[in-house]
Design a protein around this ligand. Structure first.
Ligand code: SAM
Length: 289
C-alpha cells in the first residue's frame, strides 16, 4: 500500500533527510493521493507494463506505479533524493533507480534491457523548466513508447492540445499532433504540491501513433517549415517563410505553393492544419534546386 501522497508523510521524509528543495530542478512534489490515483488510472497501467518515470522526487508517484506495473524505472537527477528513494521504494522489488539527467539518459537502452525492446509507458510529474525538450526528445528520437502521461504547466498542456486558429496553437501543438493524440485529463491546482508552484498545472496524455497521420518527404524539413511559419506570427505565411534565411526558398516559389494549395496569398501560418503543413512542406521540399 502506497504510504506517501499526503502532506504529513512528505514533510516527515523531508525532515528526516534534511532535504532542501532545489528550485533549479523544478521540485514540486505531489501531496494529493486522489490526484495520484487519477494520473495512474489515466496512464492505463497494467501488470504487463514497463513504466519510465522521469523525476520521481521522493518516490510518491512511483509507489502508485509500482503497485500496478510489471516494472518501473525511475530517472532522477538530484543525488540527494537517491537515499530517500532507496527507503521509500524499498518494499518494491520491481523498481530500478537511476541517478541521471533524463536528457542525457540512453532511454533506448532502458527499453532494451528492461522491456526486451517492447514499447514502454512514460508517466511523470515533469520538472516544468524542461517539459518541451523532454517530450520532444522522446518523440524525435523515436523511443519505443505507447503513451506519455504527464503533469505539466496548464498553459503548456493547452498549447499541446490546441487546434488551428487559436491563440495557443503553434509549433508545439503541431509537433505533438504529428506523433501522438493529445488529451487533457484534468487541471490540478497549486495546492496539490509541496512547495506550491506559482502556476496551475494539468495532466495530459499523449497516445503515440503507430504511424504519423500525414506523410512527408522529410520530417526535419516539415519541422523547419513549421518553426519558420511561427517565428514571425504576425507576418503572412509567404513573408514569414521567405524571411527565414535558413530555408533558402524563393518568395515566388512559396507564393506558388500557397496558390496551388488553394489558400489566400495573405494566409497566416497559425491557421494551417498539420495536413496543410505536410502538403506545403512536400511542395517546398528542395524547392531551391
Ligand atoms: N514525481 C515527484 C512527485 O510527483 O512528487 C516529483 C516531481 S518534481 C515536479 C520533478 C522531479 O524531476 C524532481 O524530483 C527533480 O529533481 C527531477 N528532475 C529535474 N530535472 C531533471 C532531469 N533533467 N532529469 C531527471 N530528473 C529531473
Amino acid at each position: 500500500m502506497a504510504t506517501l501522497g499526503n502532506a504529513a508523510k512528505t514533510k516527515e521524509i523531508i525532515q528526516k533527510y534534511q532535504f532542501t528543495f532545489q528550485k533549479k530542478f523544478g521540485q514540486n512534489f505531489l501531496i494529493d493521493g486522489n490526484i495520484l490515483g487519477k494520473i495512474v488510472e489515466a496512464a492505463q497501467i497494467t501488470e504487463t507494463d514497463c513504466v519510465l518515470e522521469i523525476g520521481p522526487g521522493i518516490g510518491t508517484m512511483t509507489q502508485y506505479l509500482a503497485e500496478r506495473a510489471k516494472s518501473v524505472v525511475v530517472v532522477e537527477i538530484d543525488k540527494n533524493l537517491i537515499p530517500i528513494l532507496q527507503e521509500t521504494l524499498s518494499v518494491y522489488q520491481n523498481v530500478k533507480i537511476i541517478n541521471e539527467d533524463i536528457l542525457k539518459t540512453d532511454i533506448d537502452r532502458i527499453v532494451r534491457e528492461e522491456n526486451d525492446g517492447k514499447p514502454i509507458k512514460v508517466v511523470a510529474n515533469l520538472p516544468y523548466y524542461i517539459t518541451t525538450p523532454i517530450v520532444m526528445s522522446l518523440f524525435e528520437n523515436h523511443v519505443a513508447l505507447q503513451s506519455i502521461t504527464i503533469m505539466v504547466q496548464k498553459e503548456v498542456a493547452d498549447r499541446m492540445q490546441a487546434v488551428p486558429g487559436t491563440k495557443d496553437y503553434g509549433a508545439l501543438s503541431l509537433a505533438v499532433r504529428y506523433y501522438a493524440k493529445p488529451e487533457i485529463i484534468m487541471k490540478v491546482p497549486a495546492s496539490c504540491f509541496m512547495p506550491r508552484p506559482n502556476v496551475d498545472s494539468a495532466v495530459i496524455r499523449l497516445i503515440r501513433y503507430d504511424n504519423p497521420p500525414v506523410e512527408v518527404r522529410d520530417e526535419a524539413w516539415l519541422f523547419s517549415i513549421i518553426r519558420a511559419s511561427f517565428n514571425q506570427r504576425r507576418k503572412t505565411l509567404v513573408n514569414g517563410l521567405s524571411n527565414a534565411g535558413n530555408l533558402g526558398i524563393r518568395k515566388e516559389k512559396i507564393a506558388e505553393a500557397v496558390e496551388l494549395m488553394g489558400l489566400q496569398p495573405s494566409v497566416r501560418g497559425e491557421t494551417l492544419s498539420l495536413e496543410q503543413f505536410a502538403e506545403l512542406s512536400n511542395y517546398l521540399f528542395r524547392a531551391e534546386a
